[in-house]
Design a protein around this ligand. Structure first.
Ligand code: UT7
Length: 387
């Protein structure tokens, strides 16, 4: 598919302190006789506490001359319903649906990692764009559930697809796809990439604590991808905003497993390696963040809600989306939701929904699509894309 063509309907004060660096003059303890157990040496975790909700930004940017020439997505076969989770973990019956709108989600098979989902979505996007591996000259993967800490998931995908392209991960959690999209667009707009493959993929089922009702049932696994190619001067992100507020990082984090707090048997035993979410405070932040950033981008682009054909918001909670629709006056027929079937798939959320929307709504050159991601970091990314 060519970008000109339509898609047929088918603050440091709150930052967690880093581990103290060993002083050069002191001899390192012998490896066989450490002076402290790893658990004792762990940096204490900062606790989520009441804070200024959304420290919004008025910074916006624009990158045009970019088209989306192909879209693809993939979700694993295994469907996990609310009823299954409720009976397996003793969750309050009906809670998940009532509080989030989610009915079921997909879980990756035991032999599937994030890169496997990403590759399947990427192949569909490349096919939709009518290009092969040799044509891709940039690969960006938004994910916060990489196959490994090192190497990057993007390098695994590059190898599996047989690409001759630079490949790198962008970690902005549920905003990861929007960060990757805006980054890829810069390469294409400047002529430094002709076919940028931009993927959002996450296997959240591997990082949630299964029995945590407030977190586990919200998340699912999936991947979505787009191919960016040079377009007309009118096409592309006519206005976008990427934002970050690290002071709220502890509201949604994985407390151990990095260099500040390396993983230990004791920390695993206490479940500290799982994703932790202060759901109620993230909810309040998200309610404000989504409405403010969308309003900013639409105003800066000098368009109205009526001018936008489609709104694709991060699929975290139907109540967050409904709130944004109410406040901004967005009619329901312009909003594409799939969270009842796939849950919150983090970086995959927007490209998954976009792929469905492109097929069900049909997108023509000139159509405006508003995409908005938000999540851990805290981060957000909102873009108004002219097709
Ligand atoms: O993907 C990453 C981003 N993740 C999310 O956005 C998930 C965010 N969290 C949630 O989806 C929900 O909080 C849970 C499903 C985890 C838990 O739901 P809950 O326990 O039913 O709480 P809630 O979401 O209904 O309410 C959270 C807070 C409450 O404030 P207090 O009582 O804790 O001070 C509500 O009163 O949000 C408040 N609230 C609102 N505030 C402003 C609820 N609706 C609104 C609103 N405007 N429209």
């Amino acid at each position: 598919m060519n970008p000109q063509n339509s898609i047929a309907p088918e603050s440091t004060e709150n930052a967690r302190p880093a581990a103290a660096a060993p002083q050069a003059e002191q001899p390192a303890p012998p490896a066989a006789a450490p002076t402290a157990t790893p658990a004792e040496s762990a940096v204490p975790r900062k606790v989520s506490e009441p804070r200024v909700l959304f420290k919004g930004s008025q910074r916006t940017n624009r990158v045009t001359g970019v088209g989306i020439s192909g879209i693809g997505s993939y979700v694993p076969d295994l469907v996990v319903t609310n009823a299954e989770l409720e009976s397996r973990y003793g969750f309050e019956p009906g809670w998940v649906e009532k509080r989030t709108g989610i009915l079921e989600r997909r879980y990756a098979a035991d032999d599937e990692g994030t890169s496997d989902l990403a590759v399947k979505a990427a192949r569909k996007a490349m096919q939709s764009a009518g290009i092969g591996p040799a044509d891709v000259d940039l690969l960006l993967v938004g994910t916060f559930t990489p196959d490994f800490t090192c190497p990057s998931t993007a390098c695994l995908v590059q190898d599996k697809l047989g690409l001759d392209a630079p490949a790198v991960d962008l970690q902005a959690a549920c905003s990861g796809f929007m960060y990757a999209l805006a980054t890829g667009a810069q390469f294409v707009a400047t002529g430094n990439a002709q076919n940028a493959l931009v993927i959002g993929a996450d296997v959240n089922s591997r990082i949630v604590e299964p029995a945590d009702q407030g977190t586990a049932p919200l998340f699912g696994d999936g991947a979505g991808a787009v191919v960016l190619t040079p377009g007309s001067d009118e096409q592309g992100l006519i206005c976008y905003q990427l934002g970050a507020d690290g002071s709220g990082g502890c509201m949604l984090d994985r407390p151990v497993g990095g260099t500040a707090r390396p993983i230990t048997p004791e920390l695993i035993a206490s479940g500290q390696h799982y994703l932790k979410m202060d759901g109620r405070n993230v909810f309040k932040w998200a309610i404000k963040a989504v409405t403010e950033t969308i309003r900013t981008v639409i105003d800066r682009a000098s368009v109205n809600v009526d001018d936008v054909k489609l709104f694709v918001l991060h699929q975290a909670n139907i109540r967050i989306i409904d709130h944004a629709m109410d406040v901004l006056g967005i009619p329901s027929e312009k909003v594409c939701n799939n969270l009842e079937r796939v849950g919150n798939t983090s970086a995959a959320s927007i490209p998954l929904a976009l792929d469905e929307a492109a097929r069900t709504h049909g997108l023509e050159p000139g159509d405006l699509v508003l995409m908005c991601g938000f999540g851990a970091g805290l981060t957000w990314g909102t873009g108004l894309f002219r097709w």
